[in-house]
Design a protein around this ligand. Sequence first.
Ligand SMILES: C[S@@+](CC[C@H](N)C(=O)[O-])C[C@H]1O[C@@H](n2cnc3c(N)ncnc32)[C@H](O)[C@@H]1O
Length: 502
Amino acid sequence: MHTLDHLRKSFNGATSRADRSEIGQFLTPVAIAQFMSSMFEGGPQEVRILDPGAGAGALFAACVETLISQKNRPLSINIVAYETDSAILPYLEGTLKRCQSLAISNGIEFHGVIKHEDFVSAAITETRETLFDAPGMRFTHVILNPPYKKINSQTAMSKMLYSSDIKVANLYAAFVWLSMLLLEPCGQMVAITPRSFCNGPYFRKFRAAFLRMMSLKQIHIFESRKKAFGDDNVLQENIIYHAVRGLQKAKSITISRSDGLDFDKAHTISVSYGRVVHPNDRDMFIHLCIDNTDDNLAERMKCFSSSLNKLGLSVSTGRVVDFRAREHLKQSPQQDTVPLIYPCHFANGFINWPVESGKKPNAIVLSADTSDLLVEARFYVLTKRFSSKEQQRRVMAAIYDPARINARLVGFENHLNYFHKQGKGIPADLAKGLALYLNSTVADQYFRLFSGHTQVNATDLRKMPYPTHEQLLHLGAYVEGTMPNQETIDAIIEKECLNCDQ
Ligand SMILES: C[S@@+](CC[C@H](N)C(=O)[O-])C[C@H]1O[C@@H](n2cnc3c(N)ncnc32)[C@H](O)[C@@H]1O
């Protein structure tokens, strides 16, 4: 057994669970501490580690071990550990001494201090900017398993936090909040805390501050709520997260899951940042329920191995920007006009034009000023560029069928994207197959995987995989006068995937 696990066992044996629970003291098993320290990315040569609520020092000790075992070791390590419980101080001092010997024997300069004081008031003083004090130390690394305890609103601590605009319901959130304020720019944090902050109104202010100042890089979820702290019987659902201080957000977040401490067998996926923190979500929920369906989806999509390029197709944004072309727009078609297509003309997978009752104009005057904005009236596939959060789908496609609308030219408004072949129409069967594919659930889910926002941009559509020419013709054969309903579309796609598995 690792020395620190021994310490943890003997400390837990010598103290009562009720007492530990009272001060939110659940010591981290070494396997978790090691996993947490492995999350840090290569850092600077002069490392400054903060461990607020350090207990017996398992977390900073794991960091020191990890840093020393790396190829690019730091030149110096500086540790600041806060701990209020006198009973655990001897253990903490022992751990700090062992870290010091380890660092020095490896030729690394070492400096460590234990601050036997309340981290909250110390950090508030440290982060309060005054004209007279020089700014205190800022850290390159923060690693923490903070105490979990409701904050009583009548206490001095609550009032102090409130006056610093740190509005939180639980002590752990105050620890994380203050820790991030003590990070230097690009400094990194790894924390293990309850997952309760990820949603709900009580932690909204905390989430807002955290997600503004930090960029999440990895989240580890324990499948079983009891297994993380095993013997300590912690009933909270805990997560571990790695985040970097800075306004720039990471492109993707790694989500890993393990049953207990078996981190080697953790299941890991990478998802776009926007899938975890939806960009337009005012509540700033952190979505953790991203599961293996993503893998199945990726597996399904493998059967669509073509691209728009290979198909000789392109997608562009509608050229008519209505507020710029206002003087040329007409509510109803007239002799000198051509159809102008908006999202309101989408009806069951086809373009239904004109829509007289709509708020949008149906036509655009054909003139020297507008001719560049128009295309030949042939088969095209159109998609809506904007969807709302409430809408079930992001990708919504409809076929422009020239046989249904009597016109030589047509204008596509800027709220639409249109698929074309070198600026001209697409063969009918191909267009039908493409629209069916875009309207499938797999295509929509795949689109959401890499696009966190509700807009469907042409750039994102270009990145999608597409069925081959042959597959599109095959799919197109299912579309006659109407687009099949969702269930049928998905069954058709499923069948196509089965064909390609064989
Ligand atoms: C959940 S335990 C974790 C201990 C250690 N970080 C670990 O991972 O093993 C939290 C620790 O914070 C300490 N603590 C509680 N309130 C504190 C405060 N206001 N300031 C500093 N330490 C505090 C507790 O005594 C306890 O040892």
